[in-house]
Design a protein around this ligand. Structure first.
Ligand SMILES: Nc1ncnc2c1ncn2[C@@H]1O[C@H](COP(=O)(O)OP(=O)(O)O)[C@@H](O)[C@H]1O
Ligand SMILES: [Mg+2]
Length: 387
């Protein structure tokens, strides 16, 4: 599976670093985040995630004893003391976001020599990718409804605030033992405005990538997030990814096999999209029918209708997150389960990463240790593709 990050192509600023000193941005009096605490105020417990832009550690706030997750910002060129714009964008967005279904940024902490910068988040026991690797179908239909409501509320909130997440997928959906879903990883998120500016279409991990992105659209909308939410719904119900393409061409083929071949009639403007106009891709022909209902017999008629509404080819006709929240699927029996009754699962973060299958990069079982040895942690640890 192709990762979307680091391939920001035509968004000139991405991947570049600020030449201003990291220390000036984050340390002392009023930096970007105000007063930053030294990272030594947190006790490191172990590594819980290895992502494209940073290693994530489980830690405890020594003062409050509150568990936290620390995401280390990878400084591309630490010698120049530059701070990656992607991380700065993530911090700037996270500071604006306050929603119970979006992970809360609590602090930005700095290392002793000011060479390490850490985003400090509220701690969540699970991410849905690991959970689905451990328990194939962790949620019943009524629980899936609650998880989807929580996700759609987070997405609706972002869209109301002119933010597109651009990387909705299982490993970016955290789940707490209090039955709450928390949308995380705002590394690719960005604000948009009107009139829209062109944006790179190489966003969203392949399996969750909307067809307009596959076809090279640069004027995409919040509808790319609701497509990904549809893929999440299908995956929760099936217990396996809905559209696990290996390449963009394969992704488009799988999409057409599931939903039928799109035409200019059902998706006006499709033929003008860069990949079709330029002939770099063709739409696979011959898939006459939408096979969603038969491929997902677990879903009721209303459930299949909601999935169909989220996986609508034409982004203009695709359900918005708010429309999806008002869908009959959530009003029919079995009703969404109350949060307090949602299931809890054994902690996976405490297990050695090898047992977790992916993402850990080899250090999750190693407890303790100071923050000073982090440079020796392999930031480029080999990663299995993540959902
Ligand atoms: N607040 C958190 N609580 C618990 N685990 C987290 C938290 N934030 C991230 N993680 C873990 O770390 C992984 C990588 O974090 P993420 O923010 O998605 O970074 P990346 O941009 O590198 O993918 C997540 O998939 C999850 O397993
Ligand atoms: Mg991530």
């Amino acid at each position: 599976m192709e990762g979307a990050k680091g391939r920001e192509g035509n968004e000139a600023a991405d991947g570049q670093s600020f030449s201003a000193s990291t220390a000036a941005l984050f340390h002392g009096a009023k930096g970007v985040f105000g007063n930053c605490r030294p990272v030594s105020t947190y006790e490191k417990l172990g590594r819980i995630g290895q992502g494209a832009y940073g290693t994530v550690y489980e830690a405890i706030d020594k003062e409050t004893k509150r568990p936290v997750a620390l995401k280390r910002v990878i400084l591309h060129n630490e010698k120049q003391d530059g701070f990656p714009l992607t991380s700065l964008r993530e911090v700037a967005l996270l500071k604006r976001i306050a929603h119970s279904n979006c992970v809360a940024l609590l602090d930005v902490a700095v290392g002793r020599n000011r060479d390490g910068v850490f985003l400090v988040f509220e701690y969540c026991e699970h991410d849905l990718a690991h959970l689905l690797e451990t328990v194939r179908r962790p949620f019943s239909v009524s629980e899936v409804k609650t998880v989807m409501q929580q996700l759609l509320r987070a997405v609706a909130y972002l869209h109301d605030n002119w933010i597109i997440h651009r990387d909705l997928k299982m490993s970016n959906l955290l789940y707490t033992n209090r039955g709450q879903l928390k949308l995380a990883d705002f590394g690719l998120a960005r604000t948009y405005g009107y009139p829209p500016r062109p944006m790179t279409p190489t966003v969203v991990t392949l399996w969750y990538r909307a067809p307009e992105l596959l076809l090279g659209c640069e004027s995409y909308t919040t509808a790319i997030d609701t497509w990904a939410a549809g893929c999440v719904l299908g995956e929760l119900v099936r217990g396996e990814p809905l559209l696990p393409g290996k390449t963009p061409v394969d992704q488009l083929s799988l999409t057409c096999a599931l939903l039928g071949t799109p035409t200019e009639r059902i998706w006006p403007g499709m033929e003008a999209l860069p990949a079709l106009r330029g002939g770099t891709m063709t739409v696979p022909q011959g898939h006459q029918y939408n096979t969603l209902a038969s491929r997902l017999p677990e879903l009721s008629r209303a459930g299949a209708a909601l999935l169909d509404a989220l996986l609508t080819y034409d982004p203009a006709k695709r359900h918005t997150a708010r429309e999806a929240l008002a869908h009959a699927f959530f009003a029919e029996h079995p009703l969404p389960k109350e949060e307090v009754l949602m299931p809890t699962f054994p902690a996976v973060h405490a297990q050695p990463s090898a047992a977790r299958g992916s993402g850990g990069g080899g250090g999750a079982g190693r407890r303790g240790g100071g923050w000073a040895d982090l440079d020796r942690d392999a930031v480029s640890a080999a990663k299995k593709p993540r959902r």
